[in-house]
Structure formats: structure tokens, C-alpha cells
Design a protein around this ligand. Sequence first.
Ligand code: ZN
Ligand code: MN
Length: 128
Amino acid sequence: MKTLKYSRQRESIKKCLMGRHDHPTADGVYASIREEFPNISLGTVYRNLNLLVELGEIQKLSCGDGKDRFDGVTTPHYHFLCRQCGAVTDLPLKPMPEAERYAEEATGARVDSHVIYMYGICPGCLKE
Ligand code: ZN
Ligand code: MN
């Protein structure tokens, strides 16, 4: 019964992430998930998020601002962080696997993944 409840919570956490594209922190997921599971703790949300990351069902983003964010989209894509409002959005750029080949040629290493974070001011903040 206990495991069933936990997997229901985990499913719900995953569904929450699939339904939003703002790359929430654990706190943000916690706030949404509490509507459905009022007694859930932040620790449980955190554990489930990290388990989903380990299972490869979601991904964790560390954009360099000290906050872990979570993304329900696991296919390769790049991100933009607004320095003003802190919003993290998907960059509509095609993945660049050739960058890994260049790095391999330059270093002799075997490269199997890469991430790109771009930083600046988002259109909404530019308008203000
Ligand atoms: Zn902004
Ligand atoms: Mn994303």
C-alpha cells in the first residue's frame, strides 16, 4: 500500500512536470503537488524528483545560479536563463551533435553529451 501511494505521488510529480514548461525548482513542484497531496513533504517531493532523474524520465538542470530545476522533456535541447527575472526557457535551436565531434578531435577524448545554457535578458524584461 505504501509503495502504491509513493508511485502515485511520483506519477503525479511527473505529470506536473510534463504539463509545465517553466522548469520549476523542487519548491515549485512541491507547491503544485500539494494541491493533490496536501500532506506530502518537500523531502518526499525532492526524493521522487531525484529518482525520476535517475530513471531518466525527467532531467535536472543546473544553470549556474545555485538552483536545481526540473524538466519533463528529456530529448536534447538547450536553455536560456534570464538574468533579470530568473526565468528558464527552452531555446528553439537544433541540437548540435557535431560540437561533440569537434571536441573529440580537439582532445582525443570520447564525448557523449553536452549542455548549453545561454544567459541574457528575456523579451518580457526587455520591454519593461
Ligand atoms: Zn526576464
Ligand atoms: Mn527544457
